[in-house]
Design a protein around this ligand. Structure first.
Ligand SMILES: NC(=O)c1ccc[n+]([C@@H]2O[C@H](COP(=O)([O-])OP(=O)(O)OC[C@H]3O[C@@H](n4cnc5c(N)ncnc54)[C@H](OP(=O)(O)O)[C@@H]3O)[C@@H](O)[C@H]2O)c1
Length: 301
């Protein structure tokens, strides 16, 4: 039975992806969530073949426990769990800056740890146009693009921004660059017929829980006005629309040959990828430094 793990599937895009997959007859969806009770409630609402496994991406020990407990073939992993922390620096259980830890380090550890079960399968990372300093929609909102220095420096929380909000934006944009770069680099190192790696650039999806640490007026705008006007803005989508693209990337037989590519919410190659993200040297450095920090290695093929 095709089986896909979706991390962070209690709300927002992850929930929509779980719904899209569960609607496919015979597709088993595993909700990898930190709040098991909410996960059970989602699983009941999905019907079909949905089950819950507890996973806290802010703890490397918990990610490793999750991986160690997984012992069956997998057709898909969706590294969706993510956060944007604009209310001050937070640390993961391992002492790493939380945005990097959850959005990038946990996603990479999961992908690498589950690789032995993903023969013939696919891994989907979730990117964002905010990584691109030339993306006008993102710069209007205050993003200035990814600012990759080194994985160690980012894990320590080093950041040259002068406000908490800008630090949060920079860290988020950088983590999303790293999601894309990691998918591209894994696709360079691992043959697509073994496991394929993709990034979905889901567009701006106003109203999700992503703005939860923003000041109250921003949260209200995010959930109301921005949601209403977003159809008029470029690069905007909804969790449901982007989930349809995710589902296509996870199941379409023809897309495997395009492992490493970034697709947008309309299932087209994304036009919002910063050219620097495609630099193989950046990919090599980002993955090697990440594996070194995690103390993990790619399994021998
Ligand atoms: N919304 C946008 O405009 C947008 C644009 C581009 C990319 N994205 C990406 O889309 C993905 C989903 O975001 P969203 O907008 O749907 O936001 P969301 O509604 O806040 O969903 C985020 C999910 O991640 C989970 N999560 C957060 N920290 C976690 C942790 N430590 N362990 C396990 N799960 C954790 C949350 O769990 P809880 O429910 O327990 O909090 C939630 O289910 C993220 O990767 C985000 O970067 C979003």
């Amino acid at each position: 039975m095709p089986t896909t793990i979706v991390t962070g599937s209690t709300q927002g895009l992850g929930l929509a992806i779980a719904q899209a997959l569960a609607a496919q007859p015979g597709h088993r969806v595993v909700l990898a969530v930190r709040d098991a009770a909410r996960g059970e409630s989602v699983a009941r609402s999905l019907g079909g073949d949905a089950e819950v496994r507890r996973l806290d991406c802010a703890s490397l020990a918990d990610v490793r426990r999750f991986v160690a407990e997984w012992n069956e073939p997998l057709t898909g992993l969706v590294n969706n769990a993510g956060l944007q922390q604009v209310a001050g620096t937070q640390r993961s259980a391992d002492g790493w800056e939380e945005t990097l830890a959850v959005n990038h380090l946990a996603a990479t550890e999961l992908a690498v740890g589950l690789l032995p079960h993903l023969g013939g399968g696919r891994v989907l990372f979730i990117g964002s146009g905010t990584h691109n300093p030339e993306n006008r929609t993102a710069t209007v909102f205050g993003f200035r693009g990814a600012r990759f220095t080194s994985i160690d420096a980012l894990a320590r929380g080093e950041c040259d921004a002068t406000s908490e909000r800008q630090r949060g934006f920079d860290r988020y944009a950088t983590s999303k660059l790293l999601n894309m770069v990691t998918a591209m680099e894994l696709a360079r190192r691992i043959p697509a017929k073994r496991t394929a790696f993709f990034t979905l650039d889901p567009g701006l999806m106003a109203g999700t829980g992503l703005a939860r640490t923003a000041p109250a007026p921003v949260r209200v705008l995010w959930s109301t006005l921005l949601r209403w006007i977003s159809p008029l803005l470029p690069d905007t989508s909804t969790p449901e629309r982007s989930a349809t693209a995710a589902s296509w990337l996870l199941t379409d037989p023809g897309v495997v040959a395009r492992s490493g590519e970034v697709f947008d919410f309309a299932c087209r190659p994304s036009s919002r990828v910063w050219p620097a993200a495609r630099d193989p040297e950046l990919g090599r450095r980002a993955l090697d430094e990440t594996l070194a920090l995690l103390g993990t290695a790619l399994p021998a093929s």
